[in-house]
Design a binder for this molecule. Sequence first.
Ligand SMILES: Cc1ncc(COP(=O)(O)O)c(C=O)c1O
Length: 367
Amino acid sequence: MVIDFLDLRKQINGIDKKIFNSIKKNIDKSSYIGGEDLLNFQKNFSKYLNVKYCLGVANGTDALEIAIKCLNLKKKSEIIVPANTWISTAESVINNNHKLRFVDVDETHNICVKDLKRKISNNTSAIIIVHLYGNLANVEKIKKISSKYSVKIIEDCAQSHGAELNGKKTSSFGDISTFSFFPSKNLGCFGDGGCIVTNKKDLFLKAKKIANHGGLKKNSHSIIGRNSRLDNIQAGILNIKLNYLDKWISLREKQAKFYKHNLNGVGDIKFIKQIENSRSSNHLFVIKTNKRNKLKKYLLKKKIYTAIHYPLSLPQMPVFKKKHKFYCSKMNAVKWSNNIISLPIGEHMNKTKIKKVCLSIKSFFNG
Ligand SMILES: Cc1ncc(COP(=O)(O)O)c(C=O)c1O
């Protein structure tokens, strides 16, 4: 039995006809840019998140770049970013000509509150909170610390569609939040897509302006903007998939529980810590072991495909290493980049497959 890390075709089994019909409808109407599906998706997704405004953009990286731009931070501001995240979170800071300040991660693999206290200062203008793997960052504590410095909070929810803290969805804690609809995300489209959400009308209108060549009306450009759109065909696909998101998250939750039940106490395996009263979207199921590389090879021999998110933490990344090496070597993010391994999870998985993965991991550790 081959166990793929990901098999996106399985996710749309049973809803593919609806999706094909939606694509056909928009092709028949030549409705590609803007349109009814985009308006509906923006409305439906903000309702799902319980956030007032949603703006579809071209991808999650654009969403971050535009969100930062909206905040009108002073030139060369310092923005705090967790040391383990996808490159886009940091890229968006540099592309806005601001300064990066990496903060270490804790057992949740998100911003470490202790390190945040050490690194935040009067030079800090914003913090980008990432809910990595779909696992909640300690938003309440981060907000408490940041309120003393009146810094802006951006939530990068690219991996946390539907994740919650005390029943409140991620994206509703900060000033402005961003999502990616990259195909492999819990809510993904058939190409690139993303959105910005906020409860603040002024930020929403600013984002809309920036994403639409600097103008809210056609042929009237009041600032230098860019072109960043979620197209109508993708929005139509997302509208259909949104109806299944909670079901998919529940399935992932069950799978994560089953993994934990089977792998508890096996070898030196450790799980990612979840903060109290939070519900992860389980976008990724990550475990830690000192024997990561050997385990990965062993599983591959058994045709079990795994991944690493991410093999290098950002302070180790060639583009940042020179500037940050003096404090990176002792970081958890750096240490754990050698230990983390993501196991297959999602609609293509079932109990039998998870059992096989777990039995293989047990046989690796127990011989
Ligand atoms: C945490 C995080 N931020 C931002 C992004 C960027 O999203 P996109 O690939 O849609 O630009 C991703 C995508 O993988 C991500 O995981």
